[in-house]
Design a protein around this ligand. Structure first.
Ligand SMILES: [Fe+2]
Length: 200
């Protein structure tokens, strides 16, 4: 990871560890895919990487009540708002190039708008890419099994088929230029997913 991203990660990790119990792992894992995506043509890592690293830091400063009810609209809005504020502070603190800051802060502030917004409100390139990278978590071994445990899903195979089908149907992962990247990635992850990871 580039030094400047590692600096952001160090600051973000502090908040991610205080967020929901999977926030740190979630972010650590999806950063890998953001790094790969950043190598594609026409994608600026200086926007995408900080946005991915910082997108969920807001959870770290929310009261327990909102963290528990994290699917609720109030919690979703609150973590985006708090996250955007913290993101700006962090980027200024580490002297991140000024020209990128407002866009990164914007992305953190809108990344979790309700799902009807996919392809609707969130249409700009990096809005879509951040959303896609975030959603990719569901298709990683760690994210998949977290959902199985947390939602008390009885049949992992059925759930896997369900999310794979929804990825094809949803407007997610359909951004021109990155569609093939995500399709290939999900196909690979589908094979890995089946073996349940051991939790400490
Ligand atoms: Fe989020």
């Amino acid at each position: 990871m580039k030094l400047i991203y590692a600096q952001i990660w160090k600051e973000a990790a502090h908040f991610l560890k205080k967020g929901r119990k999977w926030d740190y792992l979630h972010t650590k894992i999806i950063i890998r895919y953001a790094e790969k995506l950043s190598k594609l043509n026409n994608i600026d890592g200086m926007i995408l990487m900080p946005a991915v690293i910082l997108h969920d830091i807001g959870w770290g400063v929310l009261p327990k009540k909102l963290k528990i009810n994290y699917r609720g609209k109030q919690a979703r809005l609150a973590h985006m708002r708090a996250g955007a504020k913290l993101a700006r502070q962090i980027l200024l603190k580490i002297n991140f190039p000024r020209q990128y800051i407002s866009e990164i802060v914007h992305l953190v502030g809108v990344h979790d708008l309700p799902s009807e917004s996919i392809g609707g409100i969130l249409t700009a390139k990096y809005e879509r890419l951040l959303r896609d990278i975030d959603l990719l978590w569901r298709f990683t071994k760690e994210g998949f099994w977290k959902d199985i445990r947390e939602r008390k899903i009885e049949d992992p195979d059925v759930f896997l088929k369900h999310i794979i089908a929804s990825a094809k149907k949803e407007k997610a992962f359909g951004f021109p230029g990155t569609k093939a990247f995500f399709r290939k990635l999900i196909k690979g992850l589908e094979k890995e997913i089946k073996e349940e990871p051991t939790v400490g």
